[in-house]
Write a protein that binds this ligand. Structure first.
Ligand code: HEC
Ligand code: HEC
Ligand code: HEC
Ligand code: HEC
Length: 129
């Protein structure tokens, strides 16, 4: 267990980081959203950890932004949006799938094309936690 002093220290540090975060955020409100490193999707069926960075960097899988952010035109990478901006969590159809279907189709579809990475039936390779 942690001693009380250690807990206080950790708590103090957390508060400092929070304040720094809020101040930095407030100071640079116009900055484009940071490209994420890793994204954890909290799904009841099991959390999905998506390594955004490794999918994009050259030493990783070297994919282009618009391979996934299909709303982007060439050279517009600053404008990437969350999928949920357009894909409703509840409602979708054949053409514009609902949010979770959009993920399943895009993630698993590309893995199938590349014959690498988890495909649709391999639920637990994505829903790991
Ligand atoms: C393999 C697919 C993939 C590639 C390639 C990719 N992204 Fe993403 N990106 C995602 C997913 C999935 C999300 C999470 C979207 C969500 O939460 O709805 C995301 C989220 C983001 C976000 C946060 C958006 C927000 O408002 O929450 C930014 C910014 C972003 N990506 C930028 C980029 C840039 C710039 C590139 C190219 C260098 C890139 N992405 C390449 C899949 C990808
Ligand atoms: C600016 C709005 C917008 C954003 C943001 C967006 N989509 Fe879409 N998406 C659409 C529309 C509109 C369609 C249907 C027409 C088309 O295919 O462009 C679509 C179609 C799709 C389809 C089915 C057609 C196909 O391409 O196979 C998938 C899968 C999909 N989106 C996944 C995603 C994912 C994953 C993200 C986030 C990384 C995302 N979309 C972000 C608007 C958006
Ligand atoms: C445009 C193509 C593409 C899309 C879209 C894509 N991936 Fe991948 N993914 C790959 C490739 C290529 C690999 C490399 C597999 C290898 O080299 O073994 C991979 C590997 C993986 C792996 C196994 C290695 C690791 O990083 O842990 C996981 C898990 C994964 N992807 C999750 C996802 C999820 C979740 C999404 C959707 C949010 C997604 N991927 C979307 C191309 C894609
Ligand atoms: C390539 C990775 C991947 C594979 C394979 C995968 N999933 Fe998912 N799953 C996701 C992602 C990403 C989400 C979206 C999380 C979100 O909406 O925040 C998701 C969402 C879900 C959801 C919640 C959303 C909903 O309402 O539909 C369920 C349930 C689910 N998946 C079940 C499954 C099952 C069952 C399988 C196997 C047949 C499977 N998944 C295979 C990545 C994957």
């Amino acid at each position: 267990m942690f001693s009380k002093k250690e807990s206080m220290l950790a708590y103090g540090l957390a508060v400092c980081l929070l304040v720094t975060g809020v101040v930095s955020y407030a100071a640079f409100p116009l900055k484009a959203p940071e490209e994420p490193l890793r994204i954890m999707f909290n799904v009841e069926a099991g959390k999905v950890l998506f390594d955004h960075k490794i999918h994009t960097v050259e030493e990783g899988y070297g994919l282009s932004c618009e391979d996934c952010h299909h709303e982007l035109l060439d050279g517009e990478s600053d404008e990437a949006q969350a999928c949920g901006e357009c894909h409703d969590p509840e409602e979708g159809d054949e053409e514009v799938p609902k949010r979770a279907d959009a993920f399943h189709q895009q993630c698993a579809g590309c893995h199938e094309d590349y014959e690498a990475g988890p495909v649709e039936e391999e639920c637990t390779l994505c829903h790991i936690l």
